[in-house]
Design a binder for this molecule. Structure first.
Ligand SMILES: Nc1nc2c(c(=O)[nH]1)N[C@H]1C(S)=C(S)[C@@H](COP(=O)(O)OP(=O)(O)OC[C@H]3O[C@@H](n4cnc5c(=O)[nH]c(N)nc54)[C@H](O)[C@@H]3O)O[C@H]1N2
Ligand SMILES: Nc1nc2c(c(=O)[nH]1)N[C@H]1C(S)=C(S)[C@@H](COP(=O)(O)OP(=O)(O)OC[C@H]3O[C@@H](n4cnc5c(=O)[nH]c(N)nc54)[C@H](O)[C@@H]3O)O[C@H]1N2
Ligand code: SF4
Ligand SMILES: [Mo]
Length: 742
């Protein structure tokens, strides 16, 4: 499936000569380069290929990796600066134990013995499920697999979940329900083939920057671009049609579009009859969703909703892309199902240029949610409740199916159970809940209520401040393994440098702990490759089947799309080309979606919608990117985006300090007056901790199915508290105005 490498001439032709020019003095300030290592960016789910340059066991720079097909050498600002974190002075290199006086360095033996002793003590006193594990989707797939196994066989707790619970689970549950499989069904190379591109709830240019070039290629080919977002995001500024909807009204928008498709005879009846089920029920659910009704709920003019339906409905091919804007809601799953309904109704699935794609967020957001670190899952995207799945995995693991615990609770629910006193101990790897979970005061209280909290990280995250033991783990470039990108492409991560000082690879730490707990026989791995080889067998026959994938093939073929059941199988870039879906009936399922309001709604006391998300230069809880100077300079602190009319109403000028208050808490931060946001909504990015952490304001209402928090909709009031400091923050604004967009 690998495409032929792009030649230098082709690149120059496409992007101009400047890309290949080395700056005067070279990239590496004259350092001698010992080796160049082809690997991938440690940040988002795009997983851009990059070549790291190593001098004296330190990553000192990078080169573009032009012939990796996904990004063809392109990187966003984070990918360009990522190499600066490895040698950061804050890097943890020794295990640490906390006493009344603060943290002190302790040796590995003492640190690991303490963790093992606490796990045993707490489980003996309160039962096996009283000790919980948190994993993360920045971990390689090997580590994610290992953690799932460690929970079930290493310490026999039901309670393991991961930070992807805050990210991909609404999309995952919706795709599993509609298609029977949780993966974007189309490769990104389908985007330029589409006649229409519909982006909803995705700030593509800032959060999936490389996807921008795919969308622009579609536009160059004549595609129409529709964007639905409460903010005129950078990608929206280049759209043919912008739908500036009120936060939390996506299923009303998509329901209205389905209504119009039916009314105006734009449904692909042949496809619907041959390959789907549930259309009648879905149609009945939106019978009253007229354009006027839709306009009233969403705040988008009826004519624009109609135009969106016309563009989508009349084009032969089309790609609908969505991300957390529609998924971070208490009806996240319903929102995604309402998008899938619109794709299915028009037969846009299973063809080149036709499909619906979730844009996976975290670096290994895809692979990290397939192999068992979710609370109800076994490797191969198998179901922990299913007796056949349990015995298939038990056979590979050499245990009795009855040895495996049942499903546990999800990430936010683990915090709630700590409050309730049911969970007393927690070990977290690759998760910074103090910054990333909603209602952070509730999170901090929970961590402080624990009898024992252990953390594995390479920086002292804000959550680690509350830990009893902190173990120094490995950075992305300090270990090898695999990840699976947003496209469903399994790729190889290569080790550029060893972990510094006494830091260790994460998987070594987990295996060592198991040995101390007397369950080492299940964790007899000498290398990350050993873990992958077992994972291949454990996933064989599952939905996410990796059995035919070898590390050698990954290198030779620039990655392989799963499922790949045998070594001579080419992999599966596009699903459902034969019109057969992975549901039991083989048909795709429509869902009957009626609109329901968000968990919290505006009232006299809290009259403004708050929505939260990201900026391009910062990544997630910021533990890594807040330590990279050039990225911090680009956006030094959180700002509250406010429309000029709302600002005027409250006497707020650009740079003034505003207090934003919700039912959970209040924060003070500078105002950024922008014309690109709805006048009834404010936006705050979430990458910062402490007094300016927006998660002090968000609420804990979850989607009932996916258990994702509703980060995208809460209600607040705002107030000016001080004038701008002498020199207000200089953030560039754009000359596009909400309401004046097309
Ligand atoms: N720079 C950067 N890139 C990242 C990340 C990062 O931290 N920084 N994180 C990665 C991860 S893990 C993820 S999950 C992705 C997230 O990628 P995105 O989901 O694209 O990013 P967000 O900023 O969370 O939200 C997307 C958009 O949703 C809009 N929105 C808010 N409320 C609503 C609503 O009710 N309806 C609709 N339709 N839209 C709404 C916001 O205005 C925003 O433009 O990004 C990945 N890439
Ligand atoms: N208000 C609001 N809150 C949000 C969101 C939002 O849009 N709005 N978005 C949510 C989303 S989509 C996400 S994905 C979450 C993310 O939330 P988190 O997962 O909590 O954020 P990260 O910054 O990825 O935290 C991971 C921690 O693991 C460490 N780490 C990274 N890689 C590794 C590794 O390989 N090994 C080890 N041992 N440690 C590692 C990092 O240093 C960091 O401290 O935040 C969620 N929170
Ligand atoms: S952050 Fe994402 S888009 Fe940017 S370079 Fe890394 S993988 Fe690519
Ligand atoms: Mo995410």
């Amino acid at each position: 499936m690998a495409r032929p490498p792009v030649t230098e001439e082709e690149l120059v032709d496409r992007y101009g000569p400047h890309l290949n020019e080395t700056p005067p003095g070279g990239w590496d300030a004259g350092l001698e380069i010992d080796r160049e290592v082809k690997t991938h960016c440690c940040f988002c789910g795009q997983q851009c290929g990059v070549i790291l340059k190593v001098h004296d066991d330190e990553v000192v720079g990078f080169e573009p990796w032009y012939d990796f097909p996904f990004n063809e050498g392109k990187l966003c600002p984070k990918g360009v600066k990522r190499y600066l974190q490895g040698a950061h002075p804050d890097r943890l290199t020794e295990p640490m134990e906390r006493s009344a006086d603060g943290f002190t360095h302790v040796g590995w033996d003492k640190a690991l013995d303490r963790v093992a002793t606490e796990i045993r003590r707490i489980q003996d006193a309160y039962g096996p499920d009283s000790f919980a594990l948190y994993g993360g989707a920045s971990l390689t797939t090997e580590k994610a697999y290992l953690l799932g196994k460690f929970a079930r066989l290493g310490i026999k707790t039901a309670n393991i979940d991961y930070n992807g619970r805050l990210c991909m689970v609404s999309a995952g549950a919706a795709y599993k329900g509609a298609f029977g499989v949780d993966r974007a069904p189309n490769p990104w190379s389908d985007i330029p083939l589409a006649d229409s591109v519909f982006v909803i709830g995705a700030n593509v240019a800032e959060c999936a920057p490389i996807t921008t070039s795919y969308i622009w290629r579609a536009r160059d080919n004549g595609a129409k671009l529709i964007v639905a977002d409460p903010r005129v995001t950078p990608i929206a500024r280049t759209a043919d049609l912008f739908l500036g909807l009120r936060p939390g009204t996506d299923s009303a928008l998509m329901g209205t579009i389905l209504h119009i498709l039916i009314e105006r005879d734009m449904v692909d009846s042949e496809f619907v009859a041959a390959h789907t089920e549930g259309f009648e029920e879905a149609a009945a659910a939106v019978e009253s969703y007229t354009p006027a009704w839709g306009a009233d709920i969403t705040g988008v003019p009826a004519a624009r909703i109609e135009e969106a339906a016309e563009i989508w409905g009349r084009s032969d091919t089309g790609m609908l892309l969505h991300a957390r804007g529609i998924e971070h809601q208490s009806k996240g799953v319903e929102n995604v199902r309402s998008c899938i309904n619109v794709a299915l109704a028009t037969g846009k699935i299973g063809r080149p240029g036709a499909g619906v794609c979730m844009i996976t967020g975290q670096g290994n957001g895809q692979g990290g949610r397939e192999h068992g670190q979710k609370c109800d899952q076994l490797p191969g995207a198998r179901d922990l409740r299913n007796p056949e799945h349990r015995s298939a995995v038990s056979e590979v693991w050499g245990c009795d199916p009855d040895d495996l615990p049942g499903p546990g609770v999800s990430a936010q629910e683990i915090m709630d159970k700590i409050h309730e006193g049911e969970i007393k101990g927690l070990l977290s790897i690759c998760f910074n809940p103090v910054v990333s979970l909603p209602d952070s005061n509730h999170t901090v209280e929970a961590l402080d209520n624990l009898e024992f909290y252990g953390v594995v990280d390479f920086f002292l995250s804000e959550s680690a401040h509350h830990a009893d033991i902190v173990l120094p783990g490995s950075l992305h470039e300090e270990d090898e393994g695999t990840v699976t990108s947003a496209e469903g492409r399994v790729i190889k991560i290569n080790e550029a440098v060893p972990p510094p000082g006494n830091a260790r690879r994460d998987w070594e730490i987990v295996c060592d702990l198991a040995r101390r707990l007397g369950t080492g026989r299940y964790f007899d791995f000498e290398s990350s490759r050993d873990i992958f080889e077992e994972l291949r067998r454990a996933s064989a026959g599952g939905t996410a089947d990796y059995a035919g994938i070898t590390w050698e093939r990954l290198e030779a073929e620039n990655g392989i799309f799963w499922p790949c059941p045998t070594e001579d199988h080419p992999g599966t870039p596009r699903f459902f080309e034969d019109g057969v879906f992975k549901t039991e009936s083989g048909r795709a399922k429509f869902a009957a979606i009626t609109f329901r309001p968000p968990g919290e709604e505006i009232d006299d006391e809290y009259p403004i919608w708050l929505t939260t998300g990201r900026v391009i230069s910062q990544y997630l809880s910021g533990t890594q990117t807040r330590r990279i100077g050039p990225l911090t300079e680009q956006y030094p602190e959180p700002l509250c985006e406010i429309h000029p009319s709302l600002a005027e109403e409250h006497g707020i000028a650009h740079g003034d300090i505003v207090r934003v208050r919700s039912r959970r808490g209040e924060i003070e931060l500078p105002a950024k007056i922008v014309t690109t946001i709805r006048p009834d909504t404010v936006f705050i990015p979430f990458h910062w901790p402490g007094a300016k952490a927006v998660n002090q304001l968000t609420h804990r209402i979850l989607d009932p199915v996916s258990k994702i928090p509703e980060y995208k909709v809460s209600v607040v009031n705002i107030e000016r508290v001080a004038a701008a400091p002498a020199e207000p923050v200089d953030i560039r604004d754009v000359a596009v105005s909400f309401g004046e967009t097309r």
